[in-house]
Design a protein. Structure first.
Length: 340
């Protein structure tokens, strides 16, 4: 058997990925032998990019031992991994090296201090584009991840997906293969992460920003709410059939909140359920508050969200005032109960 490029197999092959922006780059999964590392270092240098970040998809040493040697040549880089990956790195760089890596590759692997820090929950940005770790559980080892760059539809899959070579199955006893097969449904996780980020990191802060300061007209909402829009609340449902009608609905809410000193929205509870690649349900309990943290109003909202050629849009809203702390309590009340 040979590698996809025709060369002979020495060990399970490693793929390192360089994601390029206009000036900055992210290296995903640095390799582990001196020879491989130096080839990757030259590759980065030839790209002319500033190496801003390194990301390791999982803890296996062949996907990160070279990080320190790469950072010595590109000292401005920050190395990220998830906390569970970092925990496994400490095992791999000590016991793992002694029992396996330095036995199979004696003298070929440089010092491998764990130079990684925990990736923030929201990931990091490369020139404004969000790069997010998506955990997929056990694949070729435990707690593996992919790096997802939703804005360009990129998923760097590490050892979750192999190309033309036999998978590394040594850690897949006791249900590991089933877990791995489930992880291959990664698109679901990645799209869920994408719509979640759009809703909570883009839509919500924009809505709050306009709501509290009115430094932008209500027209921005047409970047988030679809036309027509169906809006249901216990007093009845209504269609907003054109753009003016949609922005008018928002204006009523924002005007009411501004009159009450609105400053921000606290998310009391939330749930995101993906139906398929192009549709999701997002539910929240919004607590709309003043700057002194007192609550103006609290409501449970169900959003039907669809993916259009212009991106994600809210197509329908179901909302009700509530006192509840959880979505299940909020929705349990009958429509005709006094919900305020
Ligand atoms: Zn691996």
């Amino acid at each position: 058997m040979r590698l996809p490029d025709g060369s002979s197999i020495v060990s399970s092959p490693v793929a390192s990925t360089l994601v390029l922006g206009d000036n900055d780059a992210v290296l995903v999964d640095p390799p582990f032998t001196y020879e491989q590392i130096d080839r990757v270092r030259d590759w980065i240098a030839r790209s002319g990019m500033r190496l801003a970040y390194i990301y390791a998809t999982h803890g296996h040493g062949d996907h990160w031992f070279g990080a320190d040697r790469i950072m010595r040549r590109f000292p401005g880089a920050t190395a990220y991994a998830t906390e569970t990956t970092i925990a496994m790195m400490h095992q791999q760089s000590t016991v793992g090296r002694a029992q396996r890596w330095d036995v199979d590759f004696p003298g070929l692997i440089p010092e491998s201090p764990v130079v990684f820090e925990p990736i923030p929950a929201r990931g990091f940005t490369l020139e404004g584009r969000q790069c997010q770790a998506v955990g997929v559980g056990h694949t070729d080892t435990n707690d593996t991840t992919v790096l997802h760059v939703a804005s360009i539809g990129l998923m760097v899959a590490g050892d979750i997906a192999y190309s033309g070579v036999h998978q590394y199955l040594l850690e897949s006893r006791g249900g590991g293969i089933q877990a791995w097969l489930a992880a291959l449904d990664i698109e679901t996780e990645a799209v869920t992460a994408e719509v979640t980020e759009w809703f909570f990191e883009d839509y919500l802060p924009t809505w709050v920003g306009v709501g509290k300061a009115a430094d932008d007209g209500p027209g921005f909402i047409l970047d988030y709410w679809g036309v027509p829009l169906y809006d249901y609340h216990p007093d009845g449902g209504q269609w907003a059939l054109d753009g003016d009608s949609v922005t008018g609905r928002l204006n009523i809410t924002h005007t009411r909140l501004r009159a009450n000193g609105y400053a921000y929205t606290e998310v009391v509870d939330r749930s995101v359920r993906l139906y398929h690649r192009n549709g999701a349900a997002i539910e929240v309990i919004w607590s709309r508050r003043r700057a002194d943290d007192t609550e103006i109003e609290r409501l449970a909202v169900h959003f039907e969200v669809i993916h259009t050629q212009n991106g994600w849009r809210i197509a329908a809203i179901q909302r009700r005032f509530t006192h509840a702390e959880s979505l299940s309590d909020a929705w349990a009340a009958a429509d005709d109960e006094d919900l305020r």
